[in-house]
Design a protein around this ligand. Sequence first.
Ligand code: BES
Ligand code: ZN
Ligand code: ZN
Length: 417
Amino acid sequence: DALKDFLWKRKRILLVGLGKEREFNIHFFRDKVAEIARWWRRSSADSFEIYLDNLPVSQDLGQAVAEGIHLGLYTYSFKTEDKERQKHITTVRLITKKNVAQGITKGTILSESINLTRYLVNSYSRFMTPERFAQEVLTVARACKLSCKVFTKKDIQKLGMNALLAVSEGSNKEPRFISLEYKGGGKETIVLIGKGITFDSGGIGIKTAVSMADMKTDKAGASVVLGIMKTLALLKPKLHVVGLMALTDNMPGEGAYKPGDVLTTYNGKTVEIIHTDAEGRLVLADALGYSRNYRPDLVIDLATLTGACIIALGKYHAGLFGNDKQLIDDLFVFGQQTNEKVWPLPLTDEYDEMIKSDVADVANLGGWDSYGGAITAAAFLKKFVPEKAIWAHLDIAGTAVSKEEKGVLVKGATGFG
Ligand code: BES
Ligand code: ZN
Ligand code: ZN
């Protein structure tokens, strides 16, 4: 009867088949909400309603609905006549007897942070320079009352972050290193680290035009770190979390670093450069080294680190590495729960052999054949993790960008992480 009442006075009704009841789950539903929202926008509605009480779940649907709407309607476009973009859904009403208010608040906070991440990832490099990125971080820090330090090129030089510095030197844009701190209490310190390559041309070891096409998104790691820090500031969990972002272009300009160069990183370890396109691990090495200043219990880095990871896992799982079995198991489960899936890859000692250098402590390439490239990259990072910290590395090269519009994903940045 409630449904009959609801249908009675509506002018346009969209009936949505949700398939088999036993296959119904919250991720599927969230994806459907995203598609429903886009359907109404395409048909020029500025508002619509969702009748919720005939769904076979006991869970709070508020969060899923809020996320479906906010993530599904996200756009990034500069088309002067974009019909989709000129249309706006301004109101969505939920018809339900359940209390969904809390879930809606949480889902809105999460998806607005994810959309901030998407905006940063999608922004093209001519605009989203390291300097501009730092401004975006400062804006969030001020609005959300997070403490923030931005290190300029001079500071980076003084600190001895020579790997980040070297990667930046082929560009006419200055690098930035940023630390952002959320002090919500809690005994343990968590450090999150993001790779922030604002454009990865490959440097002197330049990429082909085809493989360069998406490389404005090589800052997805840093972008998601900012998204997470904003979420923490708004949801206020009892945690102490530091976000570190290493931002630079990787370009082949006249000052560019070169194969054969040896760099002394922040923690004193030396690296031989074999390939200038393996730049992500270099800027992360300095950030991991720097993280020791916070005496972290847990370090997680996120990076669009290797094409090899995409070869191994495709677009629907991020590569997961770490030095602690429990942490890896937990992250695996969280990935299932959030539908941001991760898959563990091995990180045994054999791979250390592959990154040995004749002249330095470690080489930045595991071999020209690129076999096990995602793993040798992780093995490289492992050498810079502070002692005593448990650590995980997420290679999000495959999951940071979507080629298709599907459920909560739209074309372009996903906000994964
Ligand atoms: N940013 C790339 C990795 C990447 C590739 C991300 C494709 C997203 C899509 C990274 O800096 C890189 O160039 N990696 C090289 C590593 C190689 C030189 C060891 C790669 O994957 O080819
Ligand atoms: Zn590269
Ligand atoms: Zn890169």
